[in-house]
Design a protein around this ligand. Structure first.
Ligand SMILES: [Zn+2]
Length: 231
């Protein structure tokens, strides 16, 4: 802010015949920021704009870094003014975050909003996947990916082909209950042996979760139970 005020003062208050100015500052980070053109805070942009306007009026400003205030007349006064400004309610607050920071803040806000909306939905998929992070299945081939996606959204040929043939929804031929993804993966007694053999979790969200080893085991389970080509 002090740099901005100094540049603006030179630009607007000094008579035009004065052409050379030196601004001394102990803030190395601010001086470096002024020389950059990327991701500066708004205050740095304002300093650059004022410097440019001053330059157009033939007022050349040089910035010099001084390591600390000591021994330079007027600095005690400048320090005191700075302290007064911090305490004053009439001090204008200028945005000191970068555009990149602001963009990241907006992305994070939208992500949280989307996430909380996702968690409130009542779909089969969001019972298994309770977040919006992408799930990659690097260990699975294309067919296996299709199978696991069908299971996760709860729509499979085995359970839903009746919609096309206009039959009744199918029942499990062993347990006589409605055939569902949850039933075949976690409940059906017919598959207990293979469920144990391939360590399929009793929790559907884990059995169909993104863990690569769980996904591999699930495929082995589906092959052994001959469900693989029915999903
Ligand atoms: Zn069953």
């Amino acid at each position: 802010m002090a740099l901005y005020k100094a540049v603006k003062y030179i630009h607007t208050e000094y008579a035009n015949h004065q052409t050379k100015f030196i601004i001394l500052s102990d803030s190395l980070s601010n001086l470096i920021a002024i020389t950059s053109t990327r991701n500066q805070p708004d205050i740095t942009k304002l300093i650059q704009e004022e410097s440019l306007l001053a330059e157009k009026k033939n007022k050349h400003i040089h910035f010099v870094w001084i390591p600390g205030h000591i021994g330079i007349p007027g600095n005690e006064m400048a320090d005191q003014e700075a302290h007064n400004a911090i305490a004053s309610t009439s001090t204008v607050i200028i945005n000191s975050i970068t555009f990149t920071d602001a963009k990241n803040e907006i992305i994070s806000h939208l992500y949280n909003k989307w996430h909380s909306h996702w968690r409130k939905l009542n779909t089969k998929l969001n019972k298994i996947k309770n977040n919006i992070n992408p799930w990659k299945n690097p260990e699975l081939n294309r067919k296996e990916e299709t199978i696991i996606n069908h299971l996760r959204i709860g729509h499979t040929h085995l359970m839903h082909s009746y919609l096309m043939s206009k039959d009744e929804p199918p029942l499990c031929d062993s347990c006589s209950v409605l055939l569902t993804v949850n039933h075949i993966i976690t409940e059906c007694n017919k598959y207990n042996q293979y469920r144990n053999q391939f360590h399929i979790s009793e929790q559907i969200c884990q059995a169909l979760g993104p863990n690569p080893q769980d996904e591999k085991n699930l495929m082995l389970f589906l092959k052994k139970t001959e469900l693989y080509n029915l999903i």
